[in-house]
Structure formats: C-alpha cells, structure tokens
Design a binder for this molecule. Structure first.
Ligand code: ZN
Length: 348
C-alpha cells in the first residue's frame, strides 16, 4: 500500500512508497482506512531532518500524526465498521513513569514515550493503519471533512484544561483572553475560548489573507499591533507564536492573577535583552502564573472531539487551505504563503 515516508535525520528524504507492508496486528486490533492527514510544522521539521525516529529495526519512518480514518474492523467491539476515528499520537513510556502509569502520557517524566509519525511508531500517512481501542478516538459523523483537526484541537483542549485548573487556585472569573498567533493552534485556542463565553482577542502580524476574517467569524477581535500597544490586560493568554519578544511581552501584559500558557515552541539560539528583576516583580506582585503546555492525553482528546462537534463545521472547514490527493504529496508538504492547514487526502 502507499505511505508517505522519510529517512529520519536525512533532509528532504520525503518519499511516497508504494510497497509499504500492511499494518502489523501487533499495532492494534482496530483496522482503519485512512481518509486524510493534516500537515503541520512538526512534519516540516521532520522532513528537514531536524528530528524523527524510525521504528526499531527500520530505516524509514511513515510520517503523519494528525489523522482521520474510517474503521474497517474492530474485533473488540469498541468501535463499529464505518465509525470515524483519529489515532492518539503519543503512547506511554515502557517503564512507566508515574504519569504514564495513570494515562497522563502528555506529562511523561522520562521522555521515553513514543509517537506515531514522529518517534519510533509508524505514522498515519499510509492507506491503512491499526491502533489499540484505547488510542482510537471516535468522532461525530458530521466531522468527516474536518476530523483531522482533532489532533491540534487536543493540544489546545489540554492547554485550556490546565488553565482552568490553575485558575481555580482562587476565586476566578476570567473575562478576557488574548491568543497570540493565528495559525491553526491559535485559531483553535480562540475557538475553545469563544465556546467558554470569554471575550477573545487574537493577535497576529498578518494584515491580509484569511486570518482576520477567521478570527472575526468567531466573534473575536483581531489585532496586528505589538502586544504592548493593546489597550487591555488579558486574564488569560495563550501564547502560540514562540516568538521570544511576544513571549516576554505577554508575561508583562497579563492582568493581576493572570495566567499565561506558553503553547508555542521557540527555536532558541537568539538572545534578547531582559530585565529579569522587573519581570519577577511583575509576576510575583500580581500572582501571575506562566506555564508551558504540550501534547494531550485521552481525556483531552475526548474533550476536543466534543468541542469540534459543537463548532461551526463551515468555520472548521475554512481552516483547511488546501486539500491535496496523496499522489500530489510533494505539493502538500511544500508550504504556501496563505496556508493555515494543508490536508493530504487518501480515500475520499
Ligand atoms: Zn512517562
């Protein structure tokens, strides 16, 4: 069968292979026909050779971690043939650490977890894949065109779960949210904020393209000014750019008792000047919390599936800039200037 693969660590080794073996039964009881995979920055970084790890004993890695498929068979009876599913990306480490032992693989302590399409497990960009029922997340039938957004939505569902847990350390009545960065993660973070009834502001550099309208369609306010020029102090910030100056600015900008969730990954290697004492003062004297958030566990995936079911399907569909059939995979993995989310389609 066909699969999109790379040789990990070798730049530009992306290749559509025709002779990928059928998924092994050990991969899980649920056999799934791939419908589509979403493409993100992680895929681009793997393709450029920055990281990625083939399964033990193999040279190539099937990529793809934002999955949408249709169940072909599930002898365990957990899912029915025809059900829409997405596969959870991360599997717990084998030790397991205290967090993985209770299903919190998103909080793995030892880094020995594995991830489909990224780290030692084959990805979902192949015509058929298998998965254990506990890693298969059912999707409402209405999500047949957009269900591959579940993986990025799980990331922001975890971020919101932790924001709320932190908020409830004291009386908490948040009103205003600032999301920095209007890529897929930022837009989905804004969607979840709007579903919570909060006043949502999204900040991004873009002044043209689809981002401003996508934000306004949520009933949110779009800004393309520097953070320090905003005329309000957000109760919650979800930082999705990873841009060092934005990261620092939002820490100062948060309201008293504010919560800053860092969900963007910086590349590092560039220094900017920082008055660490002033930043410490700003955080301590206002009880502010700054925390990082990555990945998601089964609970977050289920919360995300419900959030997508409740969302406007047309709005979700408009996040998808291009849908490319698998035969045009090279085009799908080349990023365009106005791309929000590009999707590689298998069976349609
Ligand atoms: Zn672990």
């Amino acid at each position: 069968m066909r699969a999109v693969t790379v040789t990990p660590g070798v730049a530009d080794s992306l290749e559509l292979v025709e002779d990928q073996p059928e998924p092994a039964p050990e991969e899980g009881a649920v056999l799934v026909e791939a419908l589509a995979v979403g493409i993100c920055g992680t895929d681009h970084e793997i393709i450029s050779g920055q990281y990625g790890e083939a399964p033990p004993g193999e040279r190539r890695l099937v990529i793809g971690h934002e999955s949408l498929g249709r169940v072909l068979e599930d002898p365990t009876g957990t899912l029915q043939p025809g059900d829409l599913v997405a596969g959870i990306v991360r599997h717990p480490d084998p030790v397991p650490c205290p967090n993985c032992a209770v299903g919190e693989w998103d909080m793995c302590r030892n880094g020995r977890y594995t991830e489909h399409g990224i780290k030692a497990l084959p990805g979902f960009a192949r015509e058929r894949w298998r998965i254990q029922p506990r890693f298969a997340v059912p999707l409402d039938r209405s999500l047949g065109q957009v269900g591959m957004l579940l993986e990025p939505t799980s990331i922001v569902a975890k971020a919101w779960d932790h924001i709320e847990r932190i908020g409830h350390r004291a009386e908490w009545q948040p009103q205003t949210v600032l999301v920095t960065g209007a890529g897929p993660i930022g837009l989905l973070a804004a969607l979840l904020a709007s579903q919570r009834g909060l006043a949502v502001h999204v900040l991004d550099l873009a002044t043209s393209g689809p981002k401003p309208d996508l934000v306004r369609a949520l009933g949110a306010t779009y800004h393309s000014v520097p953070v320090d020029q905003l005329d309000f102090e957000p109760d919650v910030v979800v930082e999705c750019t990873g841009a060092p100056s934005v990261v620092l600015d939002v820490m100062y900008k948060a309201a008293p008792n504010g919560i800053v969730c860092l969900a963007g990954v910086s590349s590092g290697g560039r220094s900017i000047e920082l008055d660490a004492g002033a930043l410490n003062r700003a955080l301590v004297l206002e009880n502010n919390v700054v925390f990082g958030s990555v990945n998601a566990n089964r609970r977050h995936w289920d919360i995300a599936a419900e959030a997508l079911r409740r969302a406007d399907q047309l709005w979700l569909g408009s996040l998808i800039s291009r849908r490319v059939p698998v035969s045009g995979y090279a085009d799908a993995y080349a990023s365009g200037p106005d791309d929000i989310k590009v999707v590689l389609e298998f069976a349609v």
